[in-house]
Design a protein around this ligand. Structure first.
Ligand code: ADP
Ligand code: 5GP
Length: 211
């Protein structure tokens, strides 16, 4: 992946920011809030075989495709990473991500834990954030309140959540999503801090010395 990112001269690369966490923890809600506060950040629109929820739009929330199309896209190497989650495929389109990062734009990915682990291999400088619910009962409340899945799928997602939380130690940052505004602010603070890290700023001291 790294070789595919075409850096523009004099332009710092954007960050790939992976946000993982159990279903219902609030990843989508937090990402929408972060994007509303910082419109320069992009969302990596994933491809999925699951059906759209009411209100979800093709090309904005996801690219909704059927199984043969998804498998054709994998075969054609159009997908950077993919995972099968609760019997549905989810994947990150390769080209838009490489283009955005190369143009200096930060991109947020809403992605499963194995998806984040795969991005860590492919984009080693990525930023990884794991969102935790304040409690498991609150996670269940949120999933039930959202009301977008059948009881059977809610149960499957909650079962998966217990294992996902045990993988939190693979991430650089852990954030408990209790208050929505505070969580969005914390994610922005992480992004701002990452932009100040030495590897990202490397060479800037030489520019300052030359002024
Ligand atoms: P995910 O994308 O992680 O599956 P969603 O963003 O769809 O989760 O959020 C699940 C539900 O929880 C939604 O109904 C959302 O409005 C609600 N929610 C998200 N964050 C919070 C929060 N901080 N406090 C209370 N409810 C929240
Ligand atoms: P949902 O069906 O709730 O929108 O998403 C289910 C799970 O798929 C969530 O954990 C979400 O983060 C994950 N997901 C969404 N897009 C991608 C993707 O492109 N790749 C991977 N690996 N997971 C994704």
């Amino acid at each position: 992946m790294i070789q595919e990112i075409q850096d523009k001269p004099g332009q710092q690369r954007g960050l790939a920011i992976c946000v993982s966490g159990p279903s219902g923890v609030g990843k989508g809600t937090i990402i929408r809030s972060v994007l509303a506060r910082r419109p320069s950040i992009r969302h990596s629109v994933s491809i999925t075989t699951r059906r759209p929820r009411p209100g979800e739009k093709n090309g904005i929330d996801y690219y909704f495709v059927d199984h043969p199309t998804f498998e054709r896209m994998i075969a054609d190497d159009e997908i950077l990473e993919h995972d099968c989650y609760c019997d549905q495929y989810y994947g990150t389109p390769r080209k838009p991500l490489a283009e955005a990062i190369g143009s200096g734009l930060d991109v947020i990915l809403d992605i499963t834990v194995p998806g984040s682990l795969s991005i860590m291999q492919k984009i080693p400088e990525c930023v990884t954030i794991f969102l935790l619910p304040p409690s498991f009962s609150e996670l269940e409340n949120r999933l039930l309140k959202r009301g977008t899945e059948t009881d059977d799928i809610v149960r499957k997602r909650l079962e998966k959540a217990r294992h996902e939380v045990t993988m939190a130690d693979r991430f650089q940052y852990l954030v408990v999503n209790d208050d929505l505004a505070e969580t969005a602010q914390r994610i922005l603070a992480i992004i701002d801090a990452e932009h100040c890290r030495y590897p990202y700023q490397a060479g800037i001291e030489q520019v300052v010395l030359a002024r």
